[in-house]
Design a protein around this ligand. Structure first.
Ligand code: ATP
Ligand code: MG
Length: 361
């Protein structure tokens, strides 16, 4: 009976898997708290507007991947596909603008209707951080260094590379968009249907296309770095110097863009070649326009999110649960006493398993 199977793209997490997930989340939380990031937990569902407005109506997430439904009260609800929009919504609705800067850590399940494959699920889990209220490149340095620190604490430093690019400020992006559209117009016939549509509405997204022919065309496209104005270039240089001081190694990838509309300046991804096609483990960027776009006060922000499933697959070995003592009653008349002894030991702080079978073997 198909209703007794988990829904496609979801799974039960048991045994060693859940220990590894917990290890990833707890390591991340502990490192983030050393950087002063306080945990926040926002609802797993929000009004659809929260995501539709922030992710932009041309993003893959909004056009194809959201789990949206009407609830019994007639409200349009969406299961959260990512964490930033909910944090930004909370920032506005909780009236937190007085308390800047703010630093948040979050963890939890996310939902996207995608084609399930290794490292790509319909319910998956993310850890993430957001730093609100600081427009300086030093904020970008800290957020990226925090990501690197967490990956290092998980023993993954040797398996990942930090790829980095600058999208520049609004003026630089407008200049770049114009050059990009010029170039892409000449290749319009060969672009995928999706990308032809994006050419009008959001041409930068074409740089992110996964279609093979699109990728070939994009390989010859003009580079964002040639369109950065002086301010944007200075911002990027300060970021690079900061990362060097912080000891974070990076590789500039002039082709790196983020699929979401509200990013500016810094875009980064920690990638690995150990997971096949799903090689991005942690990704983020600066989103100075997001909160105002949602109807809040102009507030700069930067953050990242990482996939717990992908990180768990990279972590070597299994973190072990505490090995318990075992109390085994021999014969039925010993059971009550055995239970009392077990409880006494548990209260004293030991992990104790009570054997129910009475079988010493
Ligand atoms: P991709 O290009 O792989 O689709 P994305 O750009 O959609 O990634 P983000 O929205 O930046 O991903 O999410 C941050 C991280 O969350 C990803 O780098 C990845 O580790 C993880 N992630 C995203 N979608 C999924 C998914 N469907 N299943 C498992 N992990 C995911
Ligand atoms: Mg995706």
């Amino acid at each position: 009976m198909s209703s007794l199977k988990p829904v496609r793209g979801t799974r039960d997490i048991l045994a060693d898997d859940i220990l590894r997930h917990r290890h990833v989340e707890e390591t991340a939380r502990a490192v983030a708290s050393r950087y002063g990031y306080a945990e926040i937990s926002t609802p797993i569902f929000e009004f659809t507007e929260v995501f539709a407005r922030t992710l932009g109506d041309t993003s893959d997430i909004v056009t194809k991947e959201m789990y949206t439904f009407e609830d019994k009260g007639g409200d349009r609800i969406t299961l959260r596909p990512e964490g930033t929009a909910g944090v930004a919504r909370a920032f506005i609705s909780e009236g937190l603008a007085q308390n800047l800067p703010l630093k948040f850590f979050y963890r939890g399940p996310m939902f996207r209707y995608e084609r399930p494959q290794k490292g790509r699920m319909r319910q998956f889990h993310q850890i993430g951080v957001e730093l609100l209220g600081v427009a300086k490149p030093l904020a970008d340095v800290e957020v990226i260094a925090l990501g690197a620190h967490i990956l290092d604490a998980l023993g993954l430093a040797g398996k990942v590379v930090c790829e980095l690019n600058s999208l520049g400020d609004g003026e630089s992006r407008d200049a770049y968009r114009a050059r990009l559209v010029d170039y892409l117009q000449d290749h319009k016939d060969r672009l995928s249907a999706d990308s032809r549509e994006r050419l009008e509405r959001n041409p930068l997204r074409i740089l992110d296309s996964k279609d093979d022919t699109d990728r070939e065309i994009v390989a010859g496209a003009p580079l964002m770095s040639d369109s950065l104005n002086d301010d944007s270039r200075r911002f990027f240089d300060q970021l690079l110097r900061g990362l060097e001081t912080a000891g974070v190694r990076y590789k500039i990838n002039p082709r790196l863009v983020r699929g979401l509309d509200y990013y500016c300046h810094t875009a980064f991804e920690f990638t690995t070649d150990a997971l096949g096609a799903q090689g991005t483990v942690l990704a983020g960027g600066r989103y100075d326009g997001l909160i105002r776009q949602m109807g809040g006060p102009q507030t700069p922000g930067i953050g990242w999110a990482a996939g717990v499933e992908r990180l768990s697959m990279l972590v070597e070995g299994t973190p072990k649960a505490a090995r318990p003592l075992v109390v085994i009653p021999v014969g039925e008349e010993a059971e009550e006493r055995a239970f009392a002894v077990t409880q006494g030991l548990r209260r004293a702080g030991f992990a104790v398993d009570l054997g129910f079978s009475g079988n010493l073997g």
